[in-house]
Design a protein around this ligand. Structure first.
Ligand SMILES: NC(=O)c1ccc[n+]([C@@H]2O[C@H](COP(=O)([O-])OP(=O)(O)OC[C@H]3O[C@@H](n4cnc5c(N)ncnc54)[C@H](OP(=O)(O)O)[C@@H]3O)[C@@H](O)[C@H]2O)c1
Length: 309
């Protein structure tokens, strides 16, 4: 079969190659890909990925071989998550506890945005407990995770503050449910019950200065690539019992022992028109370079999707 594989000689970090078909374990179904979405994390990891291996975390497609242990039958439309990569190929072997069947109303393109970005938004917000009336600040709000997080936090009754990098990047965030949209944020301002922090560097330091007593800063990204410096005594002295939580989506799913219910819940919200996937760039997987560059250059408002024709 054809796949995109890590290739450091190419500018984008990937190239097409013929590879062996996946050999599924008993708990894995073989899915024929219809769409995958790009995630900043996997793009940044391309540089260190073993040459010739297949990247890709998000799967949307059709089951062509049912897992021997059961699960979605041949022909089922599914969405799934692959922790170790493997989704950027014509076919992928996906664990059935990382798969969910799709409602008919949800397109493959929309579905492909849900595994990493959707589950990350869903589960980082869950770290804040009950969100009704809570102040939730989301950095990187114009990106894939951020746009899901705004909608889900709004839906949960939070007062949502979205942080974007520029007026242009902030476009559309109020419509998604942000009560406030700010260009950057600083240490002055009301305390925050929950911060979803993915920019890193100064942004994380500022979050630690704004978190409320008993509040939570969930750190799950470092898009800026900058190290962070903060005054520990300022943190524990100003906001005793506040927590900082290190979040990795694949570990959260492993701990929950399944991603199926998250994927199903997100897909049902999309089907009901209650969650927008914000796909702003869709292109063929045969020409992925432009989409990869656009995402890395902060030119994508939401999600970029590769479709398989
Ligand atoms: N730990 C996990 O399990 C997990 C899961 C998913 C994602 N992540 C990480 O979380 C972050 C967000 O993921 P995503 O998929 O939403 O990425 P994305 O779509 O690329 O969005 C990232 C956003 O971060 C903002 N940003 C701020 N400073 C930046 C900088 N110096 N360089 C690039 N972007 C910057 C950009 O918004 P503006 O242009 O408006 O500033 C951009 O929209 C990424 O770092 C990703 O690797 C981690």
């Amino acid at each position: 079969m054809l796949a995109l594989v890590a290739d450091r000689s190419s500018e984008s970090g990937v190239a097409h190659a013929e590879v062996a078909d996946p050999e599924p374990h008993p708990d894995e179904a073989v899915v024929e890909l219809r769409a995958t979405s790009l995630n900043r994390g996997e793009l940044r990891r391309l540089a260190t990925r073993e040459e010739g291996t297949i990247p890709g975390w998000d799967v949307a497609g059709v089951v062509v071989q049912q897992a021997r242990a059961g699960g979605p039958a041949e022909g089922a439309r599914v969405v799934g998550l692959m922790g170790g990569g493997g989704a950027w190929a014509e076919r992928a072997a996906v664990r059935t506890d990382r798969l969910a069947e799709l409602p008919d109303e949800v397109s493959f393109s929309d579905a492909s945005t849900l595994p990493v970005a959707g589950i990350t938004a869903y589960r980082t917000l869950a770290r804040g407990g009950m969100l009704l009336g809570r102040r939730v600040l989301i950095t990187g709000a114009s990106g894939g995770v951020g746009r899901f997080a705004i909608q889900l936090a709004h839906r949960a009754g939070a007062h949502v503050i979205a942080v974007a990098g520029s007026e242009q990047r902030a476009e559309g965030l109020e419509e998604l449910g942000a009560d406030e949209v700010t260009i950057g944020f600083d240490a002055d301002g009301p305390d925050l019950d929950l911060v979803l922090e993915s920019a890193g560097g100064e942004s994380l330091a500022t979050a630690l200065k704004r978190v409320a007593h008993g509040g939570t800063v969930v750190t799950f990204g470092n898009s800026s690539g900058e190290p962070v410096q903060f005054d520990a005594s300022d943190f524990y002295g100003r906001a005793p019992t506040a927590r900082i939580y290190a979040f990795m989506v694949f570990d959260e799913i492993a701990r929950a022992q399944s991603g199926t219910s998250d994927l199903r819940a997100l897909a049902e919200m999309v089907a009901a028109g209650e969650l927008k996937t914000e796909v702003s760039l869709e292109t063929s997987w045969r020409e992925p370079d432009g989409a990869i560059k656009a995402l890395l250059d902060r030119q994508v408002a939401g999600k970029a999707v590769l479709t398989f024709d």
